[in-house]
Design a protein around this ligand. Structure first.
Ligand SMILES: [Zn+2]
Length: 183
């Protein structure tokens, strides 16, 4: 089960800017990408009856965005929305909206001085937090960064190789010349 997702920094920035522009209403949109990588955000209009406390994506607009995501050869990963005056925790209606859909739910909170982004996966009546990693460089790079355990493995292999070379070079040394006392 995927418990970590990455988001490119420009996309996170775009979502925060959209949320700020829609204040005091909630902003909403779609998240697209590949596997566990959020690579694009599609801002949508909030057509809810009370947009200051809830959000609803326009069905027609959503359909057009889904087509664009498909054309960009990405997958629809989830939905984002903002909480202008509350913590980035799914509300009861947020939970009901995306129950059993398997989609990610990104919430950006603007209640504090610094915007807070939290990622969730709603499973029936519980919201599971998912670690969100911000990618500043190499966005969309196919070469994944090395994990700490991979880096440790490389160091161990390098040290082992040097030790083996040392052992081999000692065994290949010619034997020390024997010095015999002159009789
Ligand atoms: Zn909400």
């Amino acid at each position: 089960m995927m418990m970590t997702s990455t988001i490119s920094y420009p996309v996170a920035r775009q979502i925060v800017d959209h949320a700020r522009n829609q204040m005091p209403c909630e902003a909403c949109g779609l998240l697209a990408g590949r596997d566990a990588q959020i690579l694009a955000a599609h801002p949508m209009r909030n057509v809810a009856d009370s947009p200051q406390t809830q959000f609803q994506i326009d069905a027609r607009e959503q359909l057009l965005a889904l087509k664009a995501i498909d054309q960009a050869e990405m997958d629809w990963l989830g939905v984002y929305h903002s909480h202008p005056r509350s913590a980035p925790i799914p509300s009861q209606s947020d939970m009901e909206e995306c129950a059993d859909s398997g989609l990610l739910q990104l919430i950006v909170s603007l209640e504090g001085l610094k915007p807070q982004l939290k990622l969730w996966r709603v499973d029936r009546d519980s919201a599971i937090p998912i670690e969100l990693v911000f990618e500043t460089e190499n966005v969309g790079d196919d070469e994944p960064a090395l994990s700490p355990s991979q880096q440790a493995a490389i160091v161990i292999v390098a040290v082992a190789a040097i030790l083996i070379l040392l052992i081999i070079s000692f065994t290949l040394l010619p034997p020390a010349p024997e010095i015999r006392p002159v009789s």
